[in-house]
Design a protein around this ligand. Structure first.
Ligand code: FAD
Length: 575
């Protein structure tokens, strides 16, 4: 058995920042980070456009209050405003701290950190490193983990959270390299496992974003909060779905339909292409539905619209968003200096997640906390994004709440002892689970089932939703679960058996998908990214509240939790 005071699952921005904070506050705390990828291959590395903070380097009128207001309005008033206040107040300091760690931000001529426009933000406050911001930040954070003596278990797949009587006690994990199973015993477990883009067929997320942390928490009995709110990013490159950053529109690109018109003037005349993502994704979907989409070859009536950079000129494109140019060139053969890019919405971000308070402690309900269990980053829901996240607020959340959570863990762990549990039972169950997967004699391949499931989620719980559509989706999930019992694996080996990992991930994808669909069916209103054609208006009297969904194989139990509204009164959201 392995033992560490604190074990953090996830080596992305949130997990790395938390580990660093614990070590800074108390170097004697024994901290381990476990990741199924190498930490610097976490999805955070792919973040492009930037990280928001009211540094006022470009716009002296900016303030943390203005950042907080934009965030709350963007969230369609579902964000917890105490959590948003902490996020936006601490933003400038965490950016300066990153700079001192060595992060290479892009600069203004006067040497200060450059800041660009982003959707839903009323001031130019997004700091960036060209369009490779996540890469620049994550590399420095991971370097600092090594420097501070954090133990790193990379390419270990965490299969189960050991959680008994509302207390996290450790983990069961599987070494992808050679199939070894291990139990880690710890005083504190922190999840920083990222998002679940792979629940959908078209996504900007990496292959590892399969919602493992969410599913493991739900299966252990912890609720998931606000899972109905899935962000579809407006500009996924068609047909591959990879992200073309909002930074491209922040730098001036246009969205145009088959008539060559900047159609955002019909949907958000004051913000145009820089409206929040939910509004822009709906606008693109409606244009395509109305027959004003384009085919990649330029013919009208197609499944995408155009993102047009041509007027920006080669020098600006190559200096500010070179990676986006390269993606379009490499993946679909479009040279954005001379041709528009074909784009359509792509599943991008998980607004909901494991419910935590503003100290990063995981909630068991609205008024009860778990022991020894913390979470931060995209897998967590401290609810700074509510029903719709603004671009460049997620990296910020990872860094601010990674730091806050690390700080609280460093204090919390002082008074904690290792808890007892029956290690043998967990090991035996894990061995049985693996051998039962390897020995399955069904007829269905993992890849085929996953594709059908992802197609179904896109069809039944996409940008627009209805009762009938979602109910059909939920019914299909029962069929998919039955099919999962009838899979088979070609690879029976214990060395680098990625098919086995995919089988475990697929089970998690299905749990998360069911949580999304059921939470969405129960929210009979339209708010932020949750857009229902049968309930088209926001309904504050009945639904200004957070969903808490509890998983059980027999079906989900839905409860609710109050929203913290201590700064801004809910108003109609117009742009
Ligand atoms: C293409 C793209 C561009 C983006 N651009 C921006 C941007 O410009 N600005 C912004 O604010 N946000 C952006 N986002 C969102 C932002 O990058 C993410 O929300 C954020 O980086 C998530 O960080 P994280 O630390 O929570 O998780 P991740 O970086 O996703 O890391 C998850 C970690 O958990 C580990 N893990 C997961 N499951 C297991 C398991 N079962 N066992 C072991 N380890 C596990 C993984 O190996 C990984 O180390 C972007 C997202 C994408 C997809």
């Amino acid at each position: 058995m392995l033992q560490h005071d604190v074990v953090i699952v996830g080596g992305g921005l949130a997990g790395s920042r938390a580990a660093l904070e614990i070590k800074r506050l108390n170097p004697s705390i024994d901290v381990a980070v476990v990741a199924k990828t190498h930490p610097i291959r976490s999805h955070s590395v792919a973040a492009q456009g930037g990280i928001a903070a009211s540094l006022k380097n470009v716009d002296s009128e900016d303030s943390w209050e203005s950042h907080a207001f934009d965030t709350v309005k963007g969230s369609d008033y579902l964000a917890d405003q105490d959590a948003v206040a902490l996020l936006t107040q601490q933003a400038p300091d965490v950016i300066i701290d990153l700079e001192h760690l060595g992060v290479l931000f892009s600069r203004l001529d006067n040497g200060k950190i450059a800041q660009r426009a982003f959707g839903g933000h009323t001031h130019n406050r997004t700091c960036y490193a060209a369009d490779k911001t996540g890469h620049a930040i994550l590399h420095e954070l991971v370097n600092n983990l090594r420097r501070n003596g954090v133990t790193i278990y990379d390419e270990w797949y965490v299969m189960q959270l050991i959680y008994e009587d509302a207390e996290a006690k450790g983990l069961v994990m599987y070494h992808i390299e050679d199939g070894t199973l291990e139990i880690i015993h710890s005083k504190v477990v922190m999840f920083a496992t990222g998002g679940y883009g792979r629940v959908f067929n078209t996504t900007s997320n990496d292959f590892a974003s399969t919602g493992d942390g969410l599913a493991m928490s739900a299966l252990a009995g912890v609720p998931l909060e606000d899972m109905e709110f899935v962000q579809f990013h407006p500009t996924g490159l068609y047909p591959v779905g990879v992200l073309i950053s909002e930074a491209v529109r922040g730098e001036g690109a246009y969205l145009i339909n088959s008539e060559g018109r900047r159609f955002m003037e019909d949907y958000a005349p004051s913000r145009m292409e820089l409206a929040p993502r939910d509004i822009t994704s709906r606008a693109i979907t409606l244009e395509i539905r109305a027959g004003r989409g384009v085919h990649p070859d330029g013919k009208p009536g197609g499944p995408c619209v155009y993102l047009d950079l041509r007027h920006m000129g080669e020098e600006k494109i190559m200096s500010r968003v070179p990676f986006c140019w390269e993606e379009a060139h490499r993946l679909v053969g479009v040279d954005a200096v001379y041709e528009p890019m074909p784009v359509r919405p792509t599943a991008h971000y998980c607004m909901g997640g494991i419910p935590v308070n503003t100290q990063g402690r995981v909630r068991l309900s609205g008024d009860r906390l778990t022991e020894g269990f913390f979470a931060a980053g995209e897998c967590a829901c401290v609810s700074v994004h509510g029903a719709n996240r603004l671009g460049s607020n997620s990296l910020l959340e990872c860094v601010v709440y990674g730091k806050i959570t690390g700080e609280n863990i460093a204090h919390y762990v002082k008074d904690r002892k290792f808890s007892e549990f029956d290690e043998e039972t967990y090991l035996t169950e894990a061995k049985q689970r693996i051998s039962s997967l390897l020995n399955k004699e069904g007829t269905i391949r993992i890849g085929a089932l996953r594709q059908q499931f992802q197609d179904s989620m896109a069809e039944h719980c996409g940008v627009f939703r209805t009762e009938e559509l979602m109910q059909e989706g939920i019914d299909k999930i029962q069929e998919f679960k039955a099919q999962y019992d009838n899979i088979y694996l070609d690879d029976k080996d214990s060395c680098w058996n990625t098919e086995l990992i995919e089988a475990m991930e697929l089970r998690n994808i299905m749990v998360v998908g069911e949580m999304i669909l059921t939470s969405a069916l129960n929210r009979k209103e339209s708010r932020g990214a949750h857009s229902r054609e049968d309930y088209t208006k926001r309904d504050d009297p009945n639904f200004l509240k957070h969903t808490l969904a509890y998983y059980s194989p027999a079906g989900l139990d839905i409860q609710y939790m109050d929203v913290v509204l201590d700064m801004f009164e809910p108003k109609e959201r117009k742009y």
